[in-house]
Design a protein around this ligand. Sequence first.
Ligand code: PPS
Length: 309
Amino acid sequence: MSEEKILSYKEAIEKAHSSISRFPLLPIRGIPLMCHIANNWDSIWAFRPDPSDLLIATYPKAGTTWTQEIIDLLLHNGDAEACQRAPTPERSPFLEICSPPPIPSGLELLANMDPPRLIKTHLPFQLVPPGFWENKCKTIYVARNAKDNLVSYYYFHLMNKTQPEPGPFDEFVHKFMRGELAWGSWYDHVKGYWEEREKKNILYIFYEDMKENPRREVERIMRYLDLSLSDEVISRIVELTSFKSMKENPMANYSCIPTPVFDQSISPFMRKGEVGDWKNNFTLEQSKIFDEDYEKQMKDVDIPFRNLI
Ligand code: PPS
């Protein structure tokens, strides 16, 4: 473990203020990634996790932060205070993230932590460093209904000043369908992990199931992690990870990222946390075009999404 002092996100972003901008995307093996990630690709690909490390993989805005909080609480037997030790991205580093210095990269944060570490990634299956599979790391994949996922990603582009400009919503819908957004195609992403879930022992869960019955899904994750917590602790975890609790929790609501990067007055990170918000954003015509394209892109798999027509 390195002894180097790592700045908090707040301190580092304040220092890096002038070099923060909407970063262009560069392709890595055909997947558009923010340029700082692409420029640091070799060291990301070479990352060697410990076999005890856990990976949380998602397409952006599918329920990553929620799942990170659930798992951190599971690992700490529902101890709310222990999970207040630092904001989400410091407790559970984002593997591939790289920003202008001195903002710590995911790899720097990981180098300063002892395993077992809870590691977040948005990388599609084929770009996950092979060390995760060689070391048989447990992996939880969270998938979210395409239209809600798109809407959440759209608002995130508006407020996150490091993502490319989203343009008007209609243009964004087409970029999503063509896989031109950061981290690439949603369709390929959800399919890639689905196809590998049995071989790689990946727990594949759905945002809509978490909303429908959070206790059932918390228990599912607990069993996958070979943990056994009391009913009372599980109830506490469900309560602490409700949308309302997390929105009010400064260690989970991304208020650690200052306004030049996340402008939460434009759209809060904890925005709505609902299923079906797409209906408030898609026109009937956009929905029809999207559904026709969805049928084509998803015809080769049968992933049990709830498509909320
Ligand atoms: S990121 O930036 O990719 O890590 O974002 P991610 O955490 O994957 O997704 C953010 C969306 O998840 C919602 N969210 C929740 N929903 C329900 N319950 C809880 N506890 C919860 N925590 C986060 C968050 O509000 C974003 O969805 P939208 O639809 O934009 O509200």
